[in-house]
Design a protein around this ligand. Structure first.
Ligand SMILES: [Zn+2]
Length: 285
């Protein structure tokens, strides 16, 4: 027993040690999953890379090109319900802390790669060029015709949601159906967000830290961004509400002695973790 455990490098759990390193770190990436929004009270879906939940079956059945082509009205109503849920919650202190970090660092030294589609990071004030929504956003629309690139930010707004009788929205360019600009099953990650993330990671400077918040980063291809940051020298700091079945005592995620793992509600943990850079005002008392 003793000899086996001696060979394992555990990720660190000390906030003091994290704070000491954080002040030296220049370029930082945040990789954000469903647990970030759960902390606002938003239910998690079994989405593309968001982890499992009891809502998974419905999500899967109503989040595909096939479902939209067969029953567009049902798919649109389902997404409207998800927007209603997203509107019904507020960004939490972790969203606000991430937005504050983005402002402190600037776009050259910080981006968030967000797997959530709920728009909560935007509502918390995360600047658009640092808010890489690789699974899209429930409130945006795009043309359903593959070779038409029409896109409308914020199309599914409050006005849309309160129309007494919503017709199927049409693309103003080609008159095909408009659809939510989110990544459905079998689809690629959103290209502009992926390109921006890759460009940030590919810059000829190291990445010092990747914050992995509300996800265990097990789902590819999205989780490949974590590997890319590690390849550029980044330490990993994971923040999750529990360790979960997949999260290791060292090793299985590749976490080493240069990394950290913090167990707790992101809304509690993230403002405390980032306090040396953003101050204490986002810490919940
Ligand atoms: Zn079109």
């Amino acid at each position: 027993m003793a000899s086996a455990s001696a060979t394992i490098s555990f990720p660190k759990t000390s906030m003091t040690s994290f704070h000491a390193h954080l002040k030296q770190y220049k370029r930082i990436v945040a990789f954000l999953g469903a647990g970030l929004s759960s902390s606002s009270g938003l239910i998690a879906y079994h989405g593309v890379g968001t982890g499992g939940s009891r809502h998974g079956h419905e999500f899967e059945a109503l989040s595909s090109v096939k479902a939209f082509s067969e029953t567009p009205r049902i798919v649109l109503e389902y997404h409207e319900e998800r927007r209603r849920q997203a509107r019904g919650v507020q960004p939490n202190a972790a969203h606000e802390a991430i937005a504050a970090l983005a402002r402190v660092k600037g776009s050259a030294d910080f981006v968030a790669i967000d797997m959530n589609i709920d728009g909560l990071c935007s509502r918390a004030g995360l600047p658009k060029d640092q808010n890489l929504e690789i699974h899209g956003n429930l409130f945006d629309a795009k043309c359903s015709k593959p070779d038409c690139d029409y896109f409308k930010e914020g199309f599914f707004n409050d006005e849309y949601s309160t129309m007494a009788r919503r017709g199927l929205p049409r693309c103003p360019r080609c008159a095909s159906d408009l659809r939510p600009a989110v990544v459905w099953f079998g689809e690629n990650l959103r290209k502009d967000a992926v390109d921006a993330a890759k460009a940030f990671l590919a810059k000829d400077e190291p990445i010092d830290l990747i914050l992995v918040i509300g996800t265990t980063a097990q789902v590819w291809p999205a989780a490949g961004f974590v590997d890319s940051a590690i390849d550029k020298g980044a330490s990993v700091a994971m923040v999750n509400v529990d360790r979960g079945s997949l999260v290791p005592e060292g090793g299985a995620l590749g976490l080493t002695a240069k990394d950290w793992y913090f167990v707790g509600d992101p809304a509690d943990m993230v403002p405390r973790l980032l306090a040396p850079l953003i101050g204490n005002r986002y810490i919940r008392l």
